[in-house]
Design a protein around this ligand. Sequence first.
Ligand SMILES: [Zn+2]
Length: 336
Amino acid sequence: MIRNLLVGAVGSLMALGASQTMAWSQPTHKWIVMDALAYMGSDRATPEEKRAYDFYVEAANGQAEVAADALGQACYDVDNFRDVHIGSWWAGGHWSAPVFGLAHSLVGYNAYHHFINMTRGEDVHGNAHGGYSYQNRTPNGSFGKGDVVDIDKLAAIYLWNQELSKRDFNTTEAHYRQGSYSDWNAHYRDFQNISWQPSANAGEYWLSEFYKQPSFQAIGYALHFLTDSAQPHHAYSTSANNHVGWENWVEDHYKRDQFADFTAVRAAVGKYNPRDSLNGLITQVAGVAYTHPEPLFAKDYETRKAAAQALIPEAIAATVAVLTKAVNCLNDECGL
Ligand SMILES: [Zn+2]
């Protein structure tokens, strides 16, 4: 019976094709960061944004394109992390993505750390908002409107009663705990009951790594968790509800429809205070994403375009704040 379920689930996962990923598509992540840096180098930037821009460009030997590419690429790379393995001894081991290779790029389990659930308050770990949780997901409402499978449910069937590997609990999860409380036995033994650490914690971890040893990688990684949080599906804890379709659509239209509109970015930048904590900034941009659930339930061009026109400038503005914050802090001007 279990074997049949597994085979059935894997078959359906593979049928979805290999081009599917979770979270803004990787190119979108990269463009958001590159556009944020370009904004900071433009004459719309404030003096402290300009100072931060100069810092990154100097770190790339004066080459702005190299700095933008390095930051953007690091932000892109996070979806390829293999630092979360789920499985069990009776299933023969732990994996970082659905087994049998073909479904590999579909759901890397590391992506479960890329959510911040704004539909609820405090989680079992004591975070103000939790991360992905199958139990607290937003149920799939897209059946019959384009989606042929419910990825949340499929993953849960496939991973039912499977655990987070203890090694990842003691490394990845420990890093992303950020002062909250976790117990492997109580919290990570059965996938369907797991409450993953929120993106806000993961972002804080990588920013702290940047302060220890500044690098394009560390800040770029932190920015991945920030930018994902501006994607409504990540604020609603769902990998279903047209999650992947919307992200692919945004990638296809990002340049064509000019979502990185600097006038809109300028209007949003003032809302994000570089003196706030990264956790606060991630929660803030997730709060904006939470006010735009439209992409979960509608797929028409006008609805998607309006949502992207609202959300992409917010993601870029929040990125400007974090890039500025990081340099302020290196100059002992954190403000916290
Ligand atoms: Zn992601």
